[in-house]
Design a protein around this ligand. Structure first.
Ligand code: GDP
Length: 334
């Protein structure tokens, strides 16, 4: 029998890669999308346009994360064997402006789904996409699954709550539930407000004469940046383990915003110093300093390892922007 999966947050960067991964593995996939359903789901366009896939092996259902009755009804109808919970307010910077809705969707949204699953027979396996932001200002570098949570942003607090709830439901109610504790992961499908996509898109626009300046926040901000499709490919594997456990997914290599600028602009023969300015507007009220992941447990448990170097990922993202912005050109702009 075919496996049936339900994904919340299917229209996001990770959701769009996950649905491709699961369809390739032969799953029937159901996705929950936010209502009203008038918005475009760009990242899924290619799948929704495929008559062999849309409404045959991929089904979308409209529901907001706080609409418990509708989500319960969807889950009862779909009867998924596996639930992948990716939805939530995912922007750390924005979480300072909208802390209540961040907690409503990211923290309480997760608890509500766990409660719905508690009434299912059998209880589907459950994967929650957690975040390195739970470590915030950590005592130890690098961080692994046993590092205490010390979040310093509303988003980090909300994710910490959700991550702990998943553990509690695993330990107290016997759920097969896992947290994928993901450090930053990027791709051409990353939202444009994230610094990585902002840089790669702007570098391409500047090269093509479509933009004259890029304004950023802290250029020395440091993160452990990996490649999103690598992270997403671990999610399904995590639910096939003999025993459920949380896993950190990370590259273990730190980079700064300046590294992104050097590689992205350098690839296009530009000197970023000629184009980049900084503005307090983009500097966070609090920003984790030493987020660096130790993914040794994931390597052992599911043989997970990154497929791309940092530089390869940045260049792939720049090339993507050049293709999208300059579709008529088969050659890179010199
Ligand atoms: P996050 O780690 O999930 O918050 O991912 P972001 O891509 O939003 O931010 C990554 C890092 O880049 C953070 O330390 C930000 O403070 C830093 N940063 C520097 N300039 C900017 C900017 O203009 N926009 C964003 N989003 N982040 C910036």
């Amino acid at each position: 029998m075919m496996n049936t999966a339900l994904i919340t947050g299917i229209t996001g960067q990770d959701g769009s890669y996950l649905v491709e991964d699961l369809l390739e593995r032969g799953y029937v996939v159901h996705g929950i999308v936010r209502t009203p359903s008038l918005q475009r789901w760009q990242r899924l366009d290619h799948l929704l346009a495929d008559p062999e896939v849309h409404d045959k092996r991929l089904f979308l259902h409209g529901a907001d994360l706080d609409d418990v009755t509708t989500i319960r009804r969807i889950i009862a109808g779909v009867q998924p064997g596996e639930v992948y919970h990716l939805a939530g307010q995912s922007h750390v910077g924005a979480s300072f402006e909208i802390p209540e809705s961040t907690c409503e969707f990211t923290a309480m949204g997760t608890l509500r789904i766990l409660e719905i699953l508690r009434d299912c027979r059998p209880v589907p396996k459950f994967l929650h996409v957690s975040s390195s932001e739970i470590f915030g200002s950590p005592d130890q570098v690098p961080q692994d699954e046993s590092t205490p949570h010390r979040p310093i942003t509303p988003y980090g607090v909300a994710k910490s709550f959700a991550t702990d709830m998943v553990r509690v439901y695993r330990e107290s109610f016997g759920f097969f539930a896992c947290n994928a504790i993901c450090f930053n992961h990027e791709s051409p499908r990353r939202g444009e407000s994230f610094v990585t996509r902002k840089i790669t898109r702007s570098a391409a626009k500047i090269k093509l004469g479509l933009q004259t300046q890029l304004t950023l926040g802290n250029l020395d901000a440091c993160r452990d940046w990996g490649y999103a499709p690598d992270f997403v490919s671990a999610f399904q594997c995590m639910l096939q383990q003999d025993e459920p456990q949380d896993l950190v997914l990370a590259t273990g290599i730190p980079h700064t915003v300046k590294d992104w600028l050097e590689i992205a602009f350098g690839y296009l023969d530009l000197d970023w110093r000629d184009w980049v300015t900084t503005d307090q507007r983009f500097v966070r009220k609090a920003d984790p300093r030493e987020l660096l992941g130790d993914a040794r447990r994931a390597r052992r448990a599911i043989e997970w390892k990154p497929s791309r170097t940092f530089e390869e990922m940045v260049i792939e993202m720049v090339e993507h922007e050049m293709r999208v912005l300059n579709p008529d050109s088969s050659q890179p702009v010199q």
